[in-house]
Design a binder for this molecule. Structure first.
Ligand SMILES: NC(=O)c1ccc[n+]([C@@H]2O[C@H](COP(=O)([O-])OP(=O)(O)OC[C@H]3O[C@@H](n4cnc5c(N)ncnc54)[C@H](OP(=O)(O)O)[C@@H]3O)[C@@H](O)[C@H]2O)c1
Length: 274
């Protein structure tokens, strides 16, 4: 690692990763992470910065984003940027402002992880409050569509860019009471397939979906209040897939569904073949 940052969770997780990243595998890449203030998004932001990326930290709570910003500036030589943004209120105007700010600061964008998401109520469809249905779809599915659309011009300035849609097992097989959350993840899976097909010929932008699997975060606690969090992996434990997808090792990998729990590592990685 470039700086030996004080990041014990990452150091421990790396021992079991199925991908062996070079310390500077993301050197100077510019990556936008939504929901970078907590949970999996915070771990992604810190990990990407540790491996050399300049991370655009998007989230709705400035104070929490500042904690991640401070960690990154203290522990790495990268230049993070904070973008406070309520995705429930995202519109074209704020999207264009973000695109221009990224273009002015970095001149390109090499990756996006659409990670921010809300759970919504876990109730049967018969009783699902319509307004909350709309809000979940807005944050989890409409915002990733709009952000991707407005940011395509800066992604196209990258020699090879990567978009990762953070999905869920209920976005691949629906289950009772997961309501709008499940439907929003099906939408992300669809967006992944359509976009990947549209960009398959040009080959400069790859788009994949990733199911992180049950992970020790606030969202998981809300979804399974009776579960003992100690039985769950840390966000860093399975970040190898999300890291791999941002590296040049994944150039050409597009339109695929990844599952962090069952991933065997990249086919050409020496470690995975042992
Ligand atoms: N944890 C799991 O077991 C699990 C399993 C499968 C899939 N996932 C997926 O993994 C991703 C991350 O989940 P997580 O467990 O890390 O969730 P989390 O701990 O609840 O964190 C969610 C992040 O998204 C941000 N966010 C939420 N609503 C937002 C909005 N309206 N505008 C801007 N930012 C918003 C939050 O910001 P604040 O901190 O300001 O609230 C936070 O940074 C999600 O897409 C989730 O669906 C998680």
């Amino acid at each position: 690692m470039p700086e030996k940052p004080d990041y014990p969770e990452l150091e421990a997780a790396r021992l079991n990763w199925r991908f062996t990243p070079a310390d500077s595998c993301l050197a100077a890449k510019v990556i936008l992470v939504t929901g970078a203030s907590d949970g999996i998004g915070r771990a992604l932001a810190k990990t990407y910065a540790t491996f050399g990326a300049h991370v655009v930290l998007l989230g709705r709570t400035r104070a929490k984003l500042e904690v991640v910003f401070d960690w990154i500036t203290t522990h790495t030589r990268t230049e993070p940027v904070i973008v406070p943004c309520e995705l429930a209120a995202l519109d074209e105007e704020s999207g264009y402002a973000l695109r221009d700010a990224i273009d002015d600061s970095f001149g390109r964008l090499d990756g996006i992880v659409h990670n921010a998401s809300i759970l919504g109520p876990k109730v049967p469809i018969a009783h699902y409050p319509a307004q909350q249905w709309q809000q979940v779809l807005q944050v989890n599915a409409f915002a990733p569509f709009l952000l991707t659309q407005v940011l395509l011009p800066v992604l196209e300035k990258s020699p090879n860019a990567s978009i990762v849609m953070i999905s869920s097992s209920v976005g691949r097989k629906g289950r009772a009471y997961w309501g709008a959350y499940a439907v929003s993840k099906f939408a992300l899976e669809g967006l992944t397939e359509v976009l990947a097909d549209e960009h398959s010929h040009a080959g400069k932008i790859r788009i994949n979906s990733l199911n992180p699997g049950g992970t020790r975060t606030a969202m998981r606690r809300a979804a399974y209040p009776a579960e003992d969090p100690a039985t769950l992996p840390n966000p860093e434990d399975r970040l190898d897939v999300a890291l791999y997808l941002m590296t040049d090792s994944a150039i050409g990998v597009t339109g695929e569904r990844f599952d962090a729990r069952s991933w065997d590592g990249p086919v050409d990685d020496g470690k995975s073949e042992q």
